[in-house]
Design a protein around this ligand. Sequence first.
Ligand code: NAD
Ligand code: UDP
Ligand code: UDP
Length: 343
Amino acid sequence: QLQTASTSPYGVKGKVGRVPAGIGGRRLRIVVTGGAGFVGSHLVDKLIGRGNDVIVIDNFFTGRKENLVHLLGNPRFELIRHDVVEPILLEVDQIYHLACPASPVHYKYNPIKTIKTNVMGTLNMLGLAKRIGARFLLTSTSEVYGDPLEHPQKETYWGNVNPIGERSCYDEGKRTAETLAMDYHRGAGVEVRIARIFNTYGPRMCLDDGRVVSNFVAQAIRKQPMTVYGDGKQTRSFQYVSDLVEGLVALMEGEHVGPFNLGNPGEFTMLELAEVVKETIDSSASIEYKPNTADDPHMRKPDISKAKELLNWAPKISLREGLPLMVNDFRNRILNRDEGKGL
Ligand code: NAD
Ligand code: UDP
Ligand code: UDP
């Protein structure tokens, strides 16, 4: 049942005023869109662990109930099957807006849906934030820098993005989402926060996600060759998921709008990444070269000085420390799948 301004304990900004969280023992209520996905489910664990009430909105396009199954039955947790392209009415204090497929394979699968999710989904969540006076955090991406001509990338760099390419539904979609967030901030007074997330890995990534870390790890476990696209000299900077989650919470709770780069500055070629996977999982793992995809950025590395200075945040876990932390989860799921148990 819908709560109206007069019955909601949350009130409506500018009408009855917001009740600050914590007063009268009231817990912070937080929505995480895309909370059944890889990053979202780790964020939800963190928020529940901090004593918050959490509502997940997810259409399960790339997310899985298994990522949240341990929370089902917890009275502080709610899971709603909903597509953010459609409007929704809720009463909350904060919105972490993650809903959007993140792997190139997934976001190119139905590009029109991807751009609708980025544009209409973000618009709806900003409309919701405006109506209820909630703080809104957008998970944007390093892809807004496109195939960057500046290296490493600072937040002041405007990017080098193809507006009509196969990746545009995602990178231009996220650029529009950032524009919407800033326009709701400037024009409607919504408290927004913008994170530009760089490549992140960890347990619960989809096995067939198509992203390079999940591909290499799954291939090495299955004793298949690791597929290196192109010459393997392109670079990425890989961040462990718990570092990202800490950054997102610091950003939401801080006083700065951003955008902030959240990533690990350690930069690796894909061939170097394959070497680390080999050292971690199977020293006999081999490599197979495949053609690269269109518009693949040649290099990517965050400059994180702004987040260090203003959020007091920096990643703690190097690639060599983080990779082993996802291997057991991948092994178990691969075993279950190969035995026909799904997951
Ligand atoms: P993911 O695909 O695992 O999770 C995305 C979640 O959003 C899934 O649970 C999916 O079902 C849900 N979703 C997608 N479209 C939806 C819709 N229309 N309505 C409701 N739910 C929808 O991806 P992830 O890696 O967890 O990424 C989460 C967010 O972080 C995304 O916005 C992504 O763009 C951003 N990001 C991630 C990375 C990374 O390396 N993981 C890098 C940059 C940005
Ligand atoms: N919206 C929503 N939930 C709300 C408030 C708004 O989903 O609680 C949606 C609304 O349907 C609209 C979008 O957010 O499509 C933008 O809302 P806003 O009020 O900014 O614009 P308007 O409705 O005036 O076009
Ligand atoms: N890549 C690869 N092998 C794979 C998957 C990806 O060599 O099996 C490369 C891809 O061409 C890109 C980099 O790894 O240069 C990162 O790709 P990913 O899809 O993980 O994320 P992106 O940073 O492109 O969004």
